[in-house]
Ligand binder design. Structure first.
Ligand code: HEM
Length: 167
């Protein structure tokens, strides 16, 4: 049934577009705006947007993985001879490695977010040194995920040019 394959492929690309587009807006627009604001207000903006986007990104990543595996399975790509011995399979393996790193980074981002939130709302003067250090780490992890996802899109485009192997 072509319609099922088309729908799964559509969800795969839509989830990718939402995750990468959202990440672009967060890092290149909202973070910049927050940096120009009063630190307390900027912190509030980041504190409100970050966790919400984190949830959306987690759902989109899960959708990318599930639909990617479904398409790969339907196309007979999930076997070592394809993944290791063909250029198409090598690019697909690259995407699997990338999505694994993105998932690990996302867990660290969520953990840091919870830690920073707890520090910011703790009684007494906030520990700004630790909060700033966490903020820098969050920026690096978020930017890494954005770059890794962009590389994965490059791999996907190269896969289309090469064409899936006959299996
Ligand atoms: C960050 C992770 C990923 C991104 C950004 C991504 C992005 C994309 C994009 C944009 C396409 C469409 C390419 C085109 O038609 O020109 C695509 C296709 C595809 N992706 Fe992914 N993908 C990711 C992860 C995965 C994973 C983890 C798998 C498998 C386990 C996978 C399997 C596939 C397959 C098999 C196709 C071809 C589908 C077809 O020809 O119908 N992708 N991907």
């Amino acid at each position: 049934m072509q319609i099922i394959g088309i729908t799964i492929g559509w969800i795969h690309i839509m989830a990718t577009a939402i995750a990468i587009g959202g990440s672009y807006v967060l890092h290149f627009i909202i973070d910049k705006v927050a940096e120009d604001m009063d630190p307390a207000e900027g912190g509030k903006l980041k504190g409100a947007v970050g966790p919400l986007f984190g949830k959306i990104a987690a759902i989109m990543t899960l959708l990318v993985i599930v639909t990617g595996v479904m398409r790969s399975q339907a196309m007979g790509l999930l076997n070592p001879s394809v993944l290791l011995d063909t250029s198409y399979g090598n690019l697909l393996s690259g995407k699997i490695v990338i999505v694994t790193i993105i998932t690990v980074n996302s867990v660290l981002l969520a953990r840091n977010g919870i830690k920073a939130g707890a520090l910011a709302s703790a009684d007494g003067a906030p520990d700004t040194t630790t909060i700033d250090a966490i903020g820098k780490q969050q920026k690096m992890l978020g930017m890494s995920n954005f770059i890794l996802a962009a590389v994965a899109v490059g791999f996907a485009v190269a896969m289309r040019f090469i064409g899936a192997p006959e299996v």
